[in-house]
Design a protein around this ligand. Structure first.
Ligand SMILES: Nc1ncnc2c1ncn2[C@@H]1O[C@@H]2COP(=O)(O)O[C@H]2[C@H]1O
Length: 401
């Protein structure tokens, strides 16, 4: 299934033909040659997109942002904060034609994700007329199982109901046998998977350290498709089972295009958060993808002074009041945070108690991210901070909630 050995290439070929055949019977096109041409054209363009990303990343370096100010709670509208200058980091010329490139799989380093190019973070340029929507019939139970799994995955959580339906419709069934390598670390990503039944183990790095196990409802394989990066882990089935597979093209059309809106909203905004200042543009895109929406009602406590929590928050709408209680137990209002402000960022770094209480004033909508989600995508934040020693020193001196 992946491009690693001859056997995998044959498997890849068999999978493509099977997908083409399935599509043919569902679409029943009048113009068979045109249908096949479109199918292969789409596959080729997905694959080229990957190579372009890989080459750009390997032979060029990313532009980085200048260090932002250390304003602890900036007041800026994330929607207005997007600057079109950021698009300078993207190249849209297709310079990759017929070159033969030897692929040496980069292996992830100390749990940190393999890097990606700025260009590969863009949605594939594809008009709707080129895209053939897949509808693979399923039972209600199967649909519910897929729905439940995608609802829990950070990439799908913010999609609307129609987009969920398109994903469910496009998923195809794949049987796995015991000890089958479903994903090989370092290979090109072709599918995102949801586990229907069975059990699969996930290993990373050359020492093949087992990092997790997936059971029914679990999902994996989204990262290579999302970031056009090599597979970050190896996934092996323990017992026979059934997977639901979403092809790269549908994944790009729905998930990547949706993500690009969020990235535009948050990119410049995240660049202003001191603790995230050492991230490059691509890494900030990843943070934007992983942000989760949370809502608090009037009077609800978001963070509690002296409490522990590993999330930081960006205010999307509404206001929040900040209170501190002194040694005599007297509580004072010390700040009012509004749309665009952030708080709790040091929780990504330290396990220190919160320095204040934050309470919603009216309905408060925030985007939030925790330390675990952050390091799963980008590796330990401390390592990232150390890239910029001046900023590192400043952040360590800063005490925020
Ligand atoms: N710690 C981890 N590091 C890398 N990948 C992981 C980890 N845990 C789970 N995975 C999953 O393993 C998958 C391997 O393929 P992808 O890189 O496409 O997406 C990856 C994630 O879905």
């Amino acid at each position: 299934m992946e491009f690693i050995s001859d056997t995998s290439t044959e498997q890849e070929f068999a999978d493509i033909i099977q997908e083409l055949t399935q599509d043919f019977y569902y679409q029943k096109p009048d113009d068979v040659l045109q249908f096949c041409t479109n199918f292969f054209q789409s596959r080729l363009s997905s694959q080229r997109s990957f190579w372009r990303g890989y080459i750009t990343e390997t032979f060029t370096s990313h532009p980085t942002e200048s260090s932002p100010s250390l304003t602890p709670a900036l007041v800026q509208d994330p929607l207005e904060a997007y600057s079109s200058d950021e698009e300078d980091v993207f190249e849209d010329e297709d310079t990759f034609e017929n070159e033969m490139i030897e692929f040496t799989a980069p292996i992830s380093n100390r749990g940190r994700r393999t890097s990606v190019s700025a260009e590969s973070m863009t949605p594939l340029a594809r008009g709707d007329k080129d895209y053939i929507q897949k509808i693979i019939p399923k039972t209600n139970a199967q649909k519910e199982q897929i729905q439940a799994a995608i609802r829990n995955n950070f990439l799908f959580r913010n999609l609307d109901e129609n987009q969920h339906q398109d994903i469910i419709n496009a998923m195809s069934e794949k049987q796995v046998l015991p000890n089958e390598v479903v994903i090989q670390q370092g290979a090109i990503g072709d599918y995102f998977y949801i586990v229907g039944s069975g059990q699969l183990d996930c290993y990373i790095n050359s020492d093949q350290q087992k990092v997790t196990t997936y059971g029914p409802g679990g999902s994996f394989g989204e990262l290579a498709l999302m970031y056009d990066s090599p597979r970050a882990a190896t996934i092996v089935s323990v017992v026979s089972g059934v997977l639901w597979a979403l092809d790269r093209l549908t994944f790009h059309r729905i998930v990547v295009e949706h993500a690009s809106h969020r990235r535009q909203m948050y990119e410049s905004f995240l660049a202003e958060v001191p603790i995230l200042a050492s991230l490059d543009a691509c890494e900030r895109f990843k943070v934007a993808d992983a942000l989760e929406y949370v809502c608090f009602e009037e009077g609800e406590t978001v963070v509690q002074q002296n409490g522990f929590g590993d999330n930081f928050y960006l205010i999307e709408s509404g206001d929040a009041l900040v209170y501190q209680t002194d040694v005599d137990g007297i509580q004072k209002e010390v700040n009012c945070l509004t749309k665009g402000a952030y708080f709790g960022e040091l929780a990504l770094l330290h396990d220190i108690p919160r320095a204040a209480t934050v309470i919603a004033q009216g309905r408060l909508r925030c985007a939030t991210l925790g330390k675990r989600g952050f390091s799963r995508l980008l590796g330990p934040i401390l390592d990232i901070l150390k890239r910029n020693s001046e900023n590192y020193a400043k952040v360590l001196q800063t005490t925020t909630i």
